[in-house]
Design a protein around this ligand. Structure first.
Ligand SMILES: N[C@@H](CCC(=O)N[C@@H](CS)C(=O)NCC(=O)O)C(=O)O
Length: 220
């Protein structure tokens, strides 16, 4: 039994989809960003970085998307390719870190530039630079997917959940997505998966709670 601390639309969507795909038993704890719940001592005791996701496991709390992904892939089969050689495992880790350390910071600058700069001109410039930085990354992802099904070919993996979340954030940020038909088709395939539908339904419930409480989500 796991507990995932999450917020709708945030990168906690990656483990949310992963847990659904794994068929894991889990609860979700809604983290109310607008009440700064993630900066309160009770949450910081679980994740001192004050961010989602945080996954409570039988081995204790775990943070950072790549680490959560690797841990869950160890606990359940079918979430990441099985690596025989160290170099193959290192490449899988590199893929996950590409999402968290390269793509995610660009997404944050695109979607919440006001957290990175002061004043309308500086904020506009941060967003423009982020869009510029995303263009070669989007091409890389689109080329990598090609006309294949998933990031690793025929087998679905957590990498698909990760790039799906990035796609959702850039589409919502008005990033021009037309030049990336493979990534767009990938997102449609993701939306059709029952586990993804269940994860998105959980998020919709959280979103309704926030709306009822008059709290709009804020994400990085
Ligand atoms: N490096 C972390 C990043 C986590 C992160 O930035 N989460 C965002 C949501 S997408 C968050 O909690 N933002 C709230 C804040 O920074 O105040 C990971 O990959 O898990």
């Amino acid at each position: 039994m796991y507990t995932l601390y999450a917020s709708p639309g945030a990168c906690s969507r990656v483990p949310m989809i992963t847990l659904e795909e794994a068929g894991a038993e889990f609860d979700v704890e809604l983290v109310r960003f607008m009440r700064a719940a993630h900066k309160q001592p009770s949450y910081l005791a679980l994740n001192p970085k004050g961010k989602v996701p945080c996954l409570i496991t039988q081995d204790g709390p775990l943070t950072e998307n790549p680490a959560i992904a690797l841990y869950l892939a160890d606990q359940f089969s079918g979430l990441l390719p099985k690596a025989v050689h160290a170099i193959d495992q290192a490449k899988i880790t590199a893929d996950l870190v590409f999402c968290s350390a390269t793509l995610h910071p660009i997404v944050s600058r695109m979607r919440v530039p006001m957290l990175m700069a002061d004043g309308p001109e500086a904020i506009k410039s941060v967003k423009e630079k982020a869009v510029e930085a995303m263009i070669p990354m989007a091409k890389l992802i689109d080329d990598h997917l090609g006309d294949g099904l998933w990031w690793y070919g025929d087998e679905w993996s957590i990498m698909d959940a990760y790039i799906f979340w990035v796609w959702f954030r850039i589409v919502g940020g008005n990033f021009p997505t037309k030049p990336y038909p493979n990534w767009s088709a990938h997102a449609s395939r993701m939306n059709a998966r029952p586990a993804v539908k269940r994860a998105l339904a959980r998020e919709a419930e959280m979103q309704s709670t926030l709306e009822a409480e008059g709290l709009l989500p804020k994400m990085g």
